[in-house]
Design a protein around this ligand. Structure first.
Ligand code: CP3
Length: 357
């Protein structure tokens, strides 16, 4: 594996000591940055930006020019796979993603075309390669995908949802058809993440945004089982590349998630970081978990909450600081700079004072 100058993230994922806690931010390239809005305006729209490797690489590195972040995450979207499956991805301004042809019947599922990840999603590999060049070994580059359950939710609902009427309807009327869809998606996501590793991704993350809408047994059967299969495939082919699983609202299932074979577990802000460390911190690295809403607050509160979380985890190995979900477009970038510096300073201080004891 290629070396990086700042390897805090990779060390934390391996449970090795670090001089300061690494931090990156979910959705760190995005609309809260004026330089992102400028490139997006030049591209015309989000999908064109995402599909143009040169521009995607540019916005990926933008937050690293401004903030002392410890990782880059490739600028793309989890919905690239449903898009490649021909569902007609588009974005309705102010409403988020939509599909022209959602999957509404078992026949829709069985008629999905075969996906050629390398051919159809080659633009993501190109963006990764160009980003690695631009980063020039400064920090590691994270690749990502959506979980099969979360992708299926968008594909069956036809977009975002509050009630999950169609996907739950399918789960509780034709679970076998849903399993066929999840199986297809698990294979596509595995191929996709392996392609991303080949193109330069040095760590991976799987976003399970909607796993927390399930009952405990349904979560196990319809979400975690498929993420575990992907982790198994990746560990088999590329054991040196760490994988982090993030189930939003998955706090009650941390032990099961950690048992998947993943190297990192992402936490939203509804779990207490110290409790999570007690529960699974000896087995996996933990990523999280500041409430993204803190960044709407005063600079004093940003400092106070970041410091509280650094202390809650303590001077142990295996913490990657992040938000509990993506950063909001209305956040003031000044609060992000303050957050990043506070995490580094406070964690350095904590490690120093701890060594003296
Ligand atoms: O973290 C990063 O900086 C990498 C980029 C990234 C994006 N989407 C860019 C993006 C990542 C990791 C994602 C993941 C993603 N996309 C998830 C999982 C994480 C989560 O938020 O739960 C989901 C559910 C999606 C689907 C998606 N894409 C939605 C719901 C939206 C609309 C959100 C909004 O704020 O309008 C998108 C579009 C999107 N993806 C934007 C960005 C920066 C906004 C694009 C824009 O309008 O410029």
């Amino acid at each position: 594996m290629d070396r990086v100058q700042n390897d805090r993230l990779l060390r934390a994922l391996r449970h090795e000591p670090v001089d300061a806690t690494p931090i990156w931010i979910m959705r760190q390239a995005g609309r809260y940055l004026p330089e992102y809005r400028a490139v997006r305006a030049k591209a015309g729209d989000f999908l064109t930006l995402m599909r143009t490797p040169e521009l995607a690489a540019e916005v990926t590195v933008q937050p690293l020019r401004r903030f002392d972040l410890d990782a880059a995450i490739i600028f793309s979207d989890i919905l690239t796979i449903p898009d490649a499956l021909g569902l007609g991805l588009h974005f309705v301004e102010g409403e988020g993603p939509r599909f022209h042809t959602p999957l509404r019947t078992p026949a829709d599922i069985d008629n999905l075309p075969k996906i050629d990840v390398n051919g159809q999603l080659g633009y993501v590999a190109d963006a990764l390669r160009q980003t690695r060049q631009a980063l020039a070994g400064s920090v590691p580059l994270i690749g990502f995908a959506g979980s099969p359950w979360t992708l299926a939710t968008y594909m069956v609902e036809g977009g975002g949802s509050k009630e999950f009427r169609h996907i739950k309807g399918l789960l509780y009327s034709d679970p076998a058809a849903l399993h066929r869809l999840l199986d297809l998606l698990a294979r596509a996501v595995s191929d996709y993440l392996l392609m991303q590793i080949e193109a330069g991704a040095q760590a991976l993350m799987i976003f399970d945004t909607w796993g927390g809408t399930l009952t405990p047994s349904a979560y196990q059967a319809f979400s975690l089982a498929y993420m575990s299969r992907i982790v198994e495939t990746l560990n088999h082919h590329k054991p040196e590349v760490p994988v982090t699983l993030f189930t939003k609202n998955g706090g009650q299932w941390l032990e099961q998630i950690a048992a998947s074979g993943c190297q990192g577990v992402g936490l939203d802000w509804t779990v207490e970081l110290a409790d999570a460390r007690q529960r699974i911190g000896n087995r996996v690295a933990l990523q999280g978990n500041m409430d993204p809403g803190v960044l709407f607050g005063s600079p004093q509160q940003v400092v106070a909450e970041a410091t509280r979380l650094v202390k809650a985890f303590g001077p142990h190995n295996g913490h990657i600081f992040n938000l509990g979900h993506g950063i909001n477009q209305h956040v003031d970038p000044a609060n992000v700079a303050l957050l990043v510096d506070t995490v580094h300073k406070q964690s350095q201080l904590l490690k120093k004072t701890w060594k003296k004891d």
